[in-house]
Design a protein around this ligand. Structure first.
Ligand SMILES: [Zn+2]
Length: 283
């Protein structure tokens, strides 16, 4: 099973996680810029964070055979903090960097006017820089948040096929399914979406434009829940090709729209010599 986790905050994870992920089949990840829990007090903190997302973290991932890409943005929560908003002026410099494959996470946290402005402004940046957009949906008041999100996306003029609406569930999936946007589902250990619930959604809605991520970060989360979802799909009768589509080809297609996805040889079949895999524990 080859896995591309399209949303995971590796900065908050340990090398043990990288080891376990690589062993489970995770060969590539996208790390969206987000909120660190501790409020940032100046734009300089974002500069160091973004530099780490495009420099140190890809290097660290590479030690474990995992290809690392990033998305950059002013996250919805900190869009409300006047000390953070000037980072919007810095974003164009980062959006042109190699390894930055989308604008994100953008969207709504509490649906304030400041969040409206940051969201619309950053969708415009995605259009201007010819990049896809990763859109976070709020954890509270979810249905209303998704409706408002979709209205802003439509107003922005960005092509829906270049937008990933993330953190969906059984209720909000219905709102996004027919918009042409991609659908993201974050699989969590206890709350929100679980592997069995995800399998039911895939049975109902199919595998097209469906993305599964762990959204693992500094909170309770598990970077191996992508793999667990793949296994639950197989147990439920989905084919290996279905699993490959959801866990590999869909994220590759979505972020590939940036023209900056660099998978080199990570998606090649395991090297063989006279028909024998040289990789121990290979597939
Ligand atoms: Zn996130």
């Amino acid at each position: 099973m080859r896995i591309f986790d399209p949303h995971i905050h590796m900065t908050s994870r340990t090398t043990d996680d990288y080891e376990r992920m690589a062993a489970a089949g995770v060969r590539a990840v996208v790390e969206p810029a987000f909120w660190l829990g501790q409020p940032r007090t100046s734009v300089a903190s974002f500069v160091d964070y973004f530099d780490s997302l495009i420099g140190w973290e890809p290097f660290r991932a590479g030690q474990f055979g995992v290809r690392h890409h990033a998305t950059v943005a002013l996250n919805p929560k900190e869009a409300n903090d006047p000390r953070c908003r000037p980072v919007l002026d810095l974003l164009p410099r980062y959006l042109d960097k190699d390894g930055v494959v989308a604008v994100g996470e953008i969207g709504y946290d509490s649906m304030t006017p400041d969040e409206d402005a940051a969201f619309a402004g950053q969708l415009a940046l995605a259009v201007a820089h010819d990049l896809p957009a990763l859109v976070h949906t709020p954890h509270r008041d979810k249905a209303r948040g998704v409706e408002r999100t979709l209205a802003v996306v439509a107003e922005s003029g960005i092509e829906p096929g270049r937008v990933l609406v993330d953190h969906l569930n059984e209720v909000t999936v219905k709102l996004v399914r027919d918009t042409g946007c991609w659908l993201g589902f974050s699989i969590y250990p206890e709350t929100k979406m679980s592997p069995p619930r995800m399998v039911e959604l895939l049975k109902t809605y199919g595998t097209e434009r469906m993305l599964v991520n762990s959204a693992a970060d500094w909170g309770r989360s598990d970077p191996l829940l992508t793999r667990a979802t793949g296994e639950a799909m197989l147990l439920a009768g989905f084919s290996e090709d279905d699993v490959d589509r959801v866990l590999w080809r869909n994220p590759v297609e979505f972020y590939g729209q940036s023209g900056k996805l660099d998978l080199g040889d990570v998606d090649a079949p395991a090297p063989t010599f006279a028909g024998n895999s040289i990789l121990r524990g290979g597939e």
